[in-house]
Design a protein around this ligand. Sequence first.
Ligand code: AKB
Length: 316
Amino acid sequence: MKKILVTGALGQIGSELIPKLRDVYGNDNVIATDIRQEKQFWLTQSGPHEALDVTNAQAMFDIAKKYQVDTFIHLAALLSATAEAKPLFAWNLNMGGLVNALETARELQCQFFTPSSIGAFGPSTPKDNTPQVTIQRPTTMYGVNKVAGELLCDYYNLKFGVDTRGVRLPGLISYVTPPGGGTTDYAVEIYYEALRKGQYTSYIAQGTYMDMMYMPDALDAIIKLMEADPTRLIHRNAYNVTAISAQPDDFATEIKKSLPAFKMDYNVDPIRQGIADSWPNSIDPTAAIAEWGFTTNYDLAKLTSDMLQKIQQKLR
Ligand code: AKB
């Protein structure tokens, strides 16, 4: 049985991954940490939880040691648009947090997971069916952090034998916790606005394709990769994973099947559009499928129908 420490517990992934991990491994075996101390969160936690600023290496080590964890899932990070607005802060938080987490994993001999992103690619990367191993010259601070992070994971695996594992996540779509500060956030907002107003103004231009995935598939992928046979894992930096390559109009077309009066227009945000333009249209998950059996259950039609149904229940 694993004993898992998770950072960024209140974020988009953490808020859904922690309950799922607790279902699988038991409430007491999953330690939730976050810098934010929202009362509601702490009251609703069904297992151990601690306040943690991931840039505080000693505090992180002390919590990991206190609970004798053997698995470290490091999620705390700024997303692409926020990182672009505050690049130095992003460097300090994203890289400082990651190196502290890797050091803790090294010292306590933990298995380690941290997500990379489609943001680890850049304008000179092949845009379609982007291979697992290819040119990675991102032009955003977030991308620089993700590439450096992938290299650090490789380094800690090669040099110190840390069991590092990671995935290059696409835009994640979920009705539970809003993403906040990402370039792909429109793919979540569109569902809320469709139900609230029957209308959505997209900040991403028509024809801009990016990879996307429904949260349940992302959670399954993380757990599957963490459970995978280590001898089969060739790539210790991060694996390409994706479910859908879509542009704003594809979401609108799918939503209209349930809400025929839905309308979408565009007011493009040059910053987020610039980031999106530098990312691939679609990435190739072949290595993840071959090395640890990555699969998905949700295509655009299935996730749209689930999102609309779940958000409708929430808005009631
Ligand atoms: C973002 O848009 O910043 C994230 C990502 C693709 O890494 N959702």
